[in-house]
Write a protein that binds this ligand. Structure first.
Ligand code: ADP
Length: 648
């Protein structure tokens, strides 16, 4: 069987007629649905020998996959009994169609929606708006609009952001944008080659909305005002886009500070915190310590949302509520109060506790603002005159690290490289590449001061310092919060999965090389730096500074580094996290550790550590590198352990 014919999902559901011929009445028929990579096909029966195909949708044409509302009384022929409708919108030969399907259970509906979304995640035609309810021949029953072709009255769910490989998806879209940059007039230059490009002869200009304020610093940059709209003129560089504001000013902005208007979804609301974990939302809300303070976050079950609410009654604690959907697709926290959208539901509960521990009052103060890739577009050489050096944060292998302010406003950490400790020219070349690596769980490299000696490496500032010290300092409170420890591991794993996708090997992953920021964010630092160290004691596996305790057999034997050797080190890092910063192998000397590792002896299970978590560590310590999982797989496994162990 060809890959594209492989069946991704199948099942019996009820299909509403597409009503291509306007004058025939609507009907509902049971069909056997089959999803492949290219088509959603429906047959009259499951039996392969006898069945007849009744129709198919080319997935490339799909622009909407959402739940639907088909109220019982609006359609005479709708079958009796509870079912769970969803809709697949697509455009064929210039005509818009919506296929409505009734799934037998809510779980089936969610699974089908996600299976179709996954297959359509790279579609260029995805839309940001849709109608939750149906067209009854005269009007849309949701918004009562009588224009059939209106784009939709609801924002589509932000499902693109949830798709398993969201970064890959982004890269893919960036790659396609690079091959056809959008020009000021909204047209694409060059000759479009693929079928896809031929189809979209008119490309709408992309409009983005600012999620944060941003102050332009360099000439050529443009300031952003939170919630204002900007037209994208050039998004061919990944991290810095050229945009136009409402007054016609043009300049570069950091692309991670804006979101496409059509994909904005809940991101426009201050109370929405994306995929912040249960544990981090708890510590954030406890820190605020205000009655009724709340956030909405993605539940660990994909596609669902959770409301986390802080109350002082009867004692200060955080309650978590799943936002549920009924068969009509309406959202509710208590079945008595259903709303058409999540913002409506939040508004309702601002005025009525409606069964919650408290009325919803405020959301925590400003979301923390993400780091930009470099301090300005195309800037990685930083003028030391513009750096104000403040207190010392620590010192390490390469010298002293100090807190700093760049141009008096942006917090940075400045690593002052001891002379002779690294091959500087090679590193400076590499720094240009490293500033382009950007992920929430990687410490952002802003740039270098390379004109004078010692050279400075300027990075994002992380207020709580190294993860190792953080674990040791907070052992008392952390040891009883295994969920938070697991969450820290998941964050590191996400950052590492990003490096793995970019074929970037860390070579010195350990808790001491991760840093902790506000809201318990954990980020991986110092990636790739090990290659530029000149000190033999650090680089050779026989050296006294070599991180032997984090090294797998193939590194000890042949200095063979790979993403799989990073995986081994990651297993040791998990062990460090779950022991709250103990030294792996205790006081054993390096030579004794090597002997143990060669014999296949591994670190023991930390006290109180869940068996499921220790099983994952053990997978990282497989003696054969190929048998170790990838970070991508590891991430999925950790998330599912977290889901299984904790009530979300
Ligand atoms: P080296 O790589 O030279 O060994 P480190 O990166 O370990 O040095 O830094 C030494 C210490 O400085 C860390 O343990 C941490 O406490 C502090 N530090 C380093 N980078 C940062 C940063 N970006 N933000 C805050 N503190 C930092």
């Amino acid at each position: 069987m060809k890959m594209e014919e492989e069946i991704l999902k199948h099942g019996l559901m009820i299909k509403r007629s597409l009503n291509k011929k306007i004058y025939t009445p609507i009907n509902y028929r049971q069909r056997w649905f089959t999803l492949t990579r290219k088509f959603l096909i429906y047959y009259d029966t499951e039996n392969e020998e006898k069945r007849k195909e009744r129709g198919r949708i080319e997935l490339e044409l799909v622009h909407t996959v959402e739940v639907a509302i088909i109220a019982g009384n609006t359609e005479e022929n709708r079958p009796q009994g509870i079912s769970y409708p969803f809709q697949i919108g697509y455009q064929e030969s210039g005509q818009d169609y919506i296929l409505y399907v009734l799934a037998p259970t809510e779980k089936d509906r969610t699974e089908w929606i996600w299976a179709v979304r996954l297959a359509c995640r790279f579609n260029k035609c995805l839309r940001g708006r849709y109608h939750p309810a149906i067209w009854n021949g005269k009007k849309w029953t949701c918004c009562k609009s009588s224009t059939r072709s209106t784009l939709g009255c609801e924002n589509s769910s932000t499902w693109i952001a949830f798709v398993e490989e969201s970064e890959t998806n982004k890269e893919n879209r960036i790659a396609s944008a690079q091959s056809s940059p959008i020009m000021p007039g909204g047209t694409t230059p060059g000759t479009p080659s693929s079928k896809q490009k031929e189809k979209s002869s008119v490309i709408r200009s992309k409009v983005v909305v600012a999620l944060y304020n941003y102050k332009a610093i360099e000439p050529g940059d443009l300031s952003l005002e939170k919630n204002a709209e900007y037209e994208v003129i050039d998004d061919s560089q990944e991290h810095w886009w050229k945009v136009r504001d409402a007054q016609g000013n043009i300049g570069f902005i950091p692309s991670n500070y804006v979101k496409e208007k059509e994909l904005l979804g809940l991101q426009q609301y201050d109370w929405y915190v994306n995929d912040m974990s249960r544990q981090r939302s708890e510590s954030l809300l406890k820190q605020e310590d205000k009655e009724g303070c709340f956030v909405v976050r993605n539940s660990s079950t994909k596609g669902l949302y959770t409301l986390s609410l802080y109350t002082k009654n009867p004692h200060p604690h955080v309650k978590h509520y799943h936002i549920k959907q009924n068969s009509k697709g309406e959202y509710y926290l208590s079945e008595k109060h259903c709303c058409a959208s999540i913002p409506d539901l939040i508004n309702y509960h601002r005025h009525n506790s409606g069964g919650l521990a408290s009325r919803l009052k405020a959301s925590p103060c400003d979301r923390s603002v993400p780091a930009t890739a470099g301090l300005s577009h195309d800037k990685w050489e930083i003028d030391p005159q513009e750096l104000m050096l403040l207190e010392e944060l620590g010192s390490g292998q390469f010298g002293v690290v100090r807190r700093g302010k760049w141009r008096g406003s942006i917090d940075v950490a400045v690593k002052m490289m001891k002379e002779g400790t690294m091959s500087e020219d090679d590193f400076i070349e590499e720094a240009k590449v490293m500033t382009k690596l950007q992920h929430t769980n990687l410490v952002q490299l802003y740039g270098v001061c390379s004109k004078n000696r010692p050279i400075f490496i300027v990075t994002e500032y992380m207020r709580h310092g190294s993860l190792l010290n953080y674990l040791r300092r907070h052992e008392q409170s952390l040891v009883s919060n295994q969920g938070l420890l697991l969450d820290m591991c998941i964050q590191v794993c996400k950052g590492m999965a990003y490096l793995e996708r970019h074929n970037y090997i860390h070579r010195d992953l350990a808790a001491r090389n991760c840093l902790v920021g506000s809201e318990n964010t954990v980020k991986v630092a110092d990636f790739g730096l090990a290659r530029y160290v000149l000190d033999d004691q650090y680089t050779s596996s026989g050296g006294s500074k070599f991180p032997i305790k984090w090294a797998p057999p193939e590194v000890l034997n042949y200095t063979r580094f790979s993403s799989k050797s990073d995986i081994w080190a990651y297993g040791v890092l998990m062990w460090e996290v779950f022991t709250c910063g103990k030294m792996p192998y205790g006081r054993l000397k390096n030579a004794e550790v090597v002997e143990r590792v060669q014999k296949g002896l591994i670190l023991e299970r930390p006290k109180n550590c869940y068996k499921e978590v220790y099983d994952i560590m053990r997978k990282c310590w497989s003696p054969v590198p190929e048998n170790r999982p990838s970070f991508r797989v590891l991430k999925e496994q950790l998330i599912s352990v977290a889901q299984g162990l904790l009530v979300d």
